[in-house]
Design a protein around this ligand. Structure first.
Ligand code: NAD
Length: 491
């Protein structure tokens, strides 16, 4: 890893590592290659009591960082260039620890750079209050303070940047905690970005629990922005309640794709398949259930199964691989368990249905037919390369089934009559719905799960404002005049 390997101990250019190095404080933990199941490197196992110093430094760095929006923008643009330039180091490391095909890792790096550029160009807008009173009032925006960013292992670079780009652009400082399954690419990313920023504006901490829990509950943190599972999101919100820090939670999903009876199955099959199986199905907004009209059911199952059988599965560093392994052993066990349960309950594996007989965490791309509607693979989040396809008799039943879980992240409707598809999409209980697509996201759009899939809004200007608080300034029109409505003001 020439050029961008984060040094052990204190780093140049503002990235700091607390403890971890041999002879320093704390130990190290092994990082496994999911394509082999074997350790290939290690990361600092930082202790929760190291967080006080990290957060203190983030708070000290905030004073300078918050005060100059133009300098922030310049620094974030430089950081974007640096991330792009480091792509040849970042992408293979990401593939090695996460498992995804190398082309997908490069796409993550490109997205991180694009996101830094996008937020570098966003300014919060001052809003005059026009209510007829003879006073000039204006809403301005202020940053919150040190932000804790806690992210999972499925998109370690993309999700880290989705947290720190808007938070930094808004004038906050950030302490990032990646998943212990994928600490290395995040560390390298932070060392690259932080080199373009003042010292301690962006810091990374790595380690096993309770590091994340203690960071979320740390009294010096003013915003906890978390991406991960619903149960952990609950724990994070409970932890942040102690200091009443703001929380933004981007949580699990169980997105349904509803196929209409005028759908052209062959035409949409590739897109639908990859909407479910990209990143080995480990995408919060993957299609995780398909509802197909009974008349087309056999065709839909067959079209998806054919594609599942023909995917080249292998190590992400192998250029022929279109799908890598699952990221970690617990996730493989989860996927294996919910598939076995569905098969035991009467489902049929139209493709796959089993792990692959090779080292590493590989599972065959699986399409399940005739699945009982209450099966865990339907009502829970499988988060792997297993797709249940369910038949429906009438459309109202399909919409009701799509909405019948506690999840509410995304959803999609597939058909030829776009007006009809739009009307059905409008009935889905989720934050984003697509027609004839799934999980295509613009940097400029709000991203918010409904129901248990999220709290708060990320993405676009909403993501910037999610890292700001309003500050209202009232001034009279003349030096001696009041607003003329003091009495009302105190009512
Ligand atoms: P997870 O909830 O187990 O872990 C997420 C992060 O939280 C990791 O960094 C983990 O170390 C940390 N953590 C664990 N326990 C913690 C605690 N008590 N307090 C604070 N932090 C703690 O999730 P995962 O298994 O890493 O990721 C998969 C989940 O993430 C899936 O449910 C997926 O849908 C979800 N996800 C959601 C989005 C979204 O934008 N909505 C995006 C990607 C992934």
């Amino acid at each position: 890893m020439p050029g961008h390997q984060p040094p052990r101990g204190r780093e140049a250019g503002g990235a700091r590592e607390f403890g971890g190095a041999p002879g320093g404080r704390g130990g190290r933990f092994a990082v496994l290659d999911p394509a082999t199941g074997e350790p290939f490197d290690e990361a600092p196992d930082q202790r929760p009591d190291e967080l006080d110093a990290v957060v203190d430094r983030a708070r000290a760095a905030w004073r300078g960082w918050r005060s100059d929006a133009a300098a922030r923008s310049t620094a974030l643009l430089a950081a974007a260039d640096a991330v792009e330039a480091a792509g040849a180091d970042l992408a293979p490391l990401l593939t090695r620890e996460q498992g995804k095909p190398l082309t997908e890792s490069y796409a993550e790096v490109a997205r991180a750079a694009a996101r830094l550029r996008y937020f570098a160009g966003l300014d919060p807008v001052r809003v005059p209050i026009a209510d007829g009173r003879p006073v000039r009032s204006e809403v301005r925006w202020r940053p919150l303070g040190p932000v804790a960013a806690i992210v999972p292992w499925n998109f370690p670079i993309q999700l880290a940047s989705a947290k720190f780009a808007p938070a930094l652009a808004a004038g906050n400082t950030v302490v990032l905690k990646p998943s212990p399954f994928t600490p290395l690419a995040a560390r390298l990313l932070v060392s690259v970005v932080a080199a373009a920023l003042p010292e301690d504006v962006l810091t990374v901490v790595t380690g096993r629990e309770p590091l994340g829990a203690r960071l979320a509950a740390h009294p010096g943190i003013r915003h906890v922005t978390f991406t991960g599972s619903i149960p952990t999101g609950r724990a994070v919100a409970a932890g942040a309640a102690a200091s009443l820090a703001r929380v933004t939670l981007e949580l699990g999903g169980n997105d349904a794709a509803v196929l209409l009876d005028d759908v052209d199955v062959e035409r949409i099959a590739d897109r639908l398949f990859w909407a479910a199986f990209r990143n080995c199905g480990q995408v919060c907004m993957a299609v995780k259930r398909v509802y197909a009209p009974a008349r087309l059911y056999a065709d839909v199952v067959e079209a998806l199964a054919q594609r599942a059988k023909s995917v080249v599965v292998g190590a992400g560093l192998d250029p022929d691989s279109r799908m890598g392994p699952l990221n970690n052993a617990p996730q493989l066990a989860r996927v294996e368990g919910c598939t076995a349960r569905a098969l035991a309950d009467g489902a049929r594996a139209a493709a796959g249905g089993h792990r692959l007989d090779r080292p590493g965490y590989f599972f065959a791309p699986t399409v399940l037919a005739d699945v009982p509607s209450g099966s865990p693979v339907v009502v829970e989040e499988q988060f792997g390369p297993v797709l249940p396809v369910l038949p429906y008799g009438n459309l109202d039943e399909a919409v009701a089934a799509a909405n019948a879980t506690g999840f509410g992240l995304g959803g999609s409707v597939w058909g030829t009559d776009l007006d009809r598809a739009e009307a059905v999409a409008g009935r889905l209980e989720c934050g984003t719905a697509w027609i004839n697509h799934h999980a295509e996201l613009s940097l400029a759009q709000p991203f918010a799960g409904t129901k248990e899939s999220g709290v708060g809004v990320a993405g676009g200007p909403w993501g910037l404002y999610g890292n700001l608080q309003p500050f209202v300034l009232h001034r009279p029109m003349e030096p001696e005049s009041g607003s003329g409505s003091e009495v009302e003001a105190w009512r």
